[in-house]
Design a protein around this ligand. Structure first.
Ligand code: URA
Length: 214
């Protein structure tokens, strides 16, 4: 299942346009905020697929019958670029627990690199709905590696993957290696540079949110 925001029209398309805009994205606070807003939008869309149960709520004037999530998802992300998208999801799923993974591209020179997963901080994911957020799904290698690390450790009930921008190659890689995962994407771009940056993409999401890393 792939949800592609680009195929629908809503105000959320404007968040993505601002993330991509080379002038607006220079304002790092606005960049982080737009990524967060995108996370909130995806959380709302994902919530429509989750299980709810109806319960009575006591208002000052009587009883209202309202729908509540049956169980909380766990929100996972890859540091550091994933933080604003994760925060947006957490704003909506405000009772959810979080998983943090550190992974990075090692030997990034000449476009050759391996993905290194270093550290995972997570609650028990057994039988949980996990929503993994990473703003850019470029090769899809780090996403697949991180998800597989979690899937090897835990019997996860359902896996959702959220990205602001994916490449066609990244989508294929994820679909081939994580066929059961549901994908929630802002847009799917056709090309990548020799250093595996998405074109047109938006640039380096981590650098835009938190400063250019050494
Ligand atoms: N990571 C980014 O931040 N941008 C890309 O285009 C690809 C990976």
């Amino acid at each position: 299942m792939i949800f592609n925001l680009d195929k629908t029209t809503s105000i959320a398309n404007a968040f993505l346009a601002e993330l991509r805009d080379e002038n607006i994205q220079k304002d790092s606070m606005r960049f982080r905020k737009n990524m967060e807003r995108l996370g909130e939008f995806f959380a709302y869309e994902i919530s429509k697929t989750l299980e709810f149960q109806r319960k009575e709520t006591q208002t000052p004037l009587g009883l209202a019958n309202t729908a509540f999530l049956t169980e909380q998802p766990v929100l996972a992300t890859i540091l550091r670029a994933g933080i604003p998208l994760h925060q947006g999801l957490l704003n909506v799923f405000d009772q959810a627990e979080s998983t943090f993974i550190t992974a990075y591209r090692k030997n990034h020179k000449n476009g050759n690199f391996v993905i290194q997963v270093e550290y995972i901080s997570t609650p028990d994911l057994t039988d949980k709905v996990v929503i993994m957020a990473d703003p850019m799904l470029a090769t899809g290698m780090s996403m697949v590696l991180c998800c597989k690390e979690l899937l090897n450790r835990y019997q996860i009930k359902e896996l959702h993957i959220v990205s602001a921008i994916a490449s066609t190659e990244g989508v294929s890689h994820v679909r081939a290696n994580l066929p059961k995962a549901k994908l929630w994407l802002g847009a799917i771009d056709e090309e990548m540079t020799s250093k595996s940056y998405i074109v047109p993409g938006l640039g380096d999401a981590g650098d835009l949110a938190y400063g250019v890393k050494q």
